[in-house]
Design a protein around this ligand. Structure first.
Ligand code: C2E
Ligand code: MG
Ligand code: MG
Ligand code: MG
Length: 288
């Protein structure tokens, strides 16, 4: 620092940067403590399949901060990825999802449901990831097909061969994969064909203006057609209106997720939602 100052570099290190750095370090140490002290929470958002039935949920992490309240993942996942905290965080999410699947396995009303878990690049590429997931499944005594992993294009294209090897190891266990935020990355048809994925998830940025933007309409149609020709399942995220849902359905997309059906909710709320709807969304969706 002193040496740098001597060369006249430090004067660019303005107080604002110092403050930002300190804020970040504080946020990091709070997150570290939050993970260790059990401040993470899983929320669940329903995924609707053919026949308007709930087929499963996506697990979405939140941080119940003691002073700041419920913090959304957009405010801490990137930091967790940068600092390596994504490893303990990701482990906690997987563990909690498996624990919930074990609870659901006891009731015929919920035993068929899957939980889709988002996995970050650093977590997925860590040595022994497939083995650790295997260990979790065994320890909780759950059916591996109930656990689904959501991976992004960039994560997989990072190192295609290694990704394929890890995916194959997990697939042998019976775990399914969804390619999240599909269409926002750079995957070519060739890559998608090589990857052992089961589902494409149309990114919500294409769904948003689906009924008014011709380009988005064309992109969504193309993704659905691509999924069909590759024999992959396709699900749309961010479905908020009946107009979007019906456009998607008419174009061959039979699985949906979005506020139209339900927001991400804590487990108690999900359980009562499932009980009251009997796992089927009727003509009047739009749950809060
Ligand atoms: P994602 O996996 O693409 O999740 C979908 C996001 O869209 C969620 O935001 C969800 O609440 C939101 N969403 C769902 N339906 C609608 C809708 O109809 N309209 C709109 N506008 N938004 C909708 P959330 O929960 O804030 O999560 C943001 C991102 O954080 C996720 O995007 C995912 O990339 C990441 N994330 C969440 N939980 C985890 C986790 O446990 N591990 C990792 N690595 N990442 C996570
Ligand atoms: Mg996701
Ligand atoms: Mg997504
Ligand atoms: Mg997204």
């Amino acid at each position: 620092q002193a040496k740098a100052a001597g060369r006249g570099v430090a004067r660019f290190f303005v107080p604002a940067m110092q403050e930002a750095l300190e804020a970040r370090l504080l946020w990091e140490s709070e997150l570290r403590r939050g993970i260790a002290e059990g401040q993470l929470r899983l929320f669940y958002q329903v995924q609707i399949g053919p026949g308007q039935r709930v087929r499963g949920v996506e697990a979405l992490v939140r941080w119940q901060h003691p002073e700041r309240g419920l913090v959304p993942p957009g405010e801490f996942i990137a930091l967790a990825e940068d600092t390596g905290l994504i490893l303990p965080l990701g482990n906690w999410v997987l563990e909690e999802a498996c624990r919930q699947l074990a609870v659901w396995a006891h009731s015929p009303a919920t035993a068929h449901l899957h939980i889709a878990v988002n996995v970050s690049a650093r977590q997925f590429h860590q040595p022994g990831f497939a083995e650790s997931v295997h260990g979790l499944i065994q320890r909780h005594g759950i059916h591996s097909s109930r656990l689904k992993l959501e991976l992004t294009e960039s994560l997989l294209l990072d190192n295609v061969n290694e990704s394929i090897a890890t995916m194959q190891a997990l697939r042998t266990l019976g775990i399914a994969f969804s390619m999240d935020d599909f269409g926002t990355g750079y995957s070519s048809l060739t890559y998608v064909k090589r990857l052992p994925i089961d589902q494409l998830k149309i990114d919500q940025s294409f769904v948003r203006d689906l009924t008014t933007d011709r380009d988005d309409e064309a992109i969504v149609r193309a993704i659905i057609a691509m999924a069909h020709s590759l024999k992959l399942e396709v699900i749309a995220e961010g479905v908020e209106t009946e107009a979007q849902r019906s456009f998607l359905e008419h174009n061959g997309c039979h699985a949906f997720q979005g506020y139209l059906f339900g927001r991400p909710m804590p487990i108690e709320q999900l359980d009562s939602w499932l009980a009251s709807t009997q796992g089927r969304v009727s003509g009047a969706p739009g749950q809060a």
